[in-house]
Design a protein around this ligand. Sequence first.
Ligand SMILES: NC(=O)c1ccc[n+]([C@@H]2O[C@H](COP(=O)([O-])OP(=O)(O)OC[C@H]3O[C@@H](n4cnc5c(N)ncnc54)[C@H](OP(=O)(O)O)[C@@H]3O)[C@@H](O)[C@H]2O)c1
Length: 311
Amino acid sequence: MEIPRDSPIYIAGHRGLVGSAIWRKLQQLGFTHLLGRTRAELNLLNAAAVREFYDREKPVYVFVAAAKVGGILANSQQPAAFLYENLLIQNNLIHGAYEHGVKKLLFLGSSCIYPKLAPQPLKEDYMLSGPLELTNESYAIAKIAGIKLCAALRRQYGCDFISAMPTNMYGANDNYDLQTSHVLPALIRKFHQAKAASAPTVTCWGSGTPLREFLHSDDLAEACFFLMENYSAEQFINVGYGSDISIRNLAALIQKVIGYQGEIIWDHSKPDGTPRKLLDSSRIFELGWRPKIDLEKGIRLAYDDFRDHCG
Ligand SMILES: NC(=O)c1ccc[n+]([C@@H]2O[C@H](COP(=O)([O-])OP(=O)(O)OC[C@H]3O[C@@H](n4cnc5c(N)ncnc54)[C@H](OP(=O)(O)O)[C@@H]3O)[C@@H](O)[C@H]2O)c1
């Protein structure tokens, strides 16, 4: 189904890492009626305000890229806020979309919905097959509820609401705060600062052996648009890069891109986290979508963005 270029499309969270990439992608494709609201303009915790927005703007397509997002520290310190706020935001957006007759909606989940000890690579069928990782359980429970709400609205009312589960993302508008950021943007900041200060060493957390998968946000944006046009089913779908890399090799790649000449020291007293986290993305690959930005090119793009905004 080709989406008409003048359709009103609401991107909730349009200034975040994922939402801003979807916004840019739709602009490039020539969409002329994009709708975005900052938190100050529309607080998504407020059901009445969301209803009023839907009434007034009448979006036909909705991308749900707004959420309370954070690293391990924030998740473990604020479990109630992560559960409550994410449930409110997604309920207001998803149920509101049903009430206002939105034609199609895409909800974004996260790979933390999978059980802590699920086999790798993670297949869609593994959701709810075992206990979750405790540190982000609240966030994961909210995301599972969002997936289930989309599926239930489809079953009960025939709503064309779908869900996608992206792997670890990076790209423009990422969070580079060393206290709260994910591993890839944190390493970009560390190596950049070490180079600027001509520091002889950079210390990285853990052993460097865990394997992680990374997808550039521009690739995810393409996947979201691809799914909006080509996918309609109750089953949510994984969106990954298709292969993983050790943190040690990731650090070496970032070191090379930034041109830092010093030595990397691994602080083994810091936790490694789970040994491997790789999505099985064969379903979306079989439908015809593939990522285009390899990790080295993606890190170059992310580093350019970092220097423009934070360097
Ligand atoms: N980043 C990743 O590695 C990753 C991986 C897998 C899945 N995802 C999923 O992708 C989605 C987007 O993540 P992201 O990384 O793009 O997060 P992000 O950069 O933190 O963006 C989230 C957006 O939601 C907005 N928001 C949060 N609470 C709001 C509220 N009460 N009212 C209005 N707006 C609100 C934020 O606005 P403010 O800027 O005003 O706070 C921000 O624009 C999430 O569902 C996440 O689970 C992300």
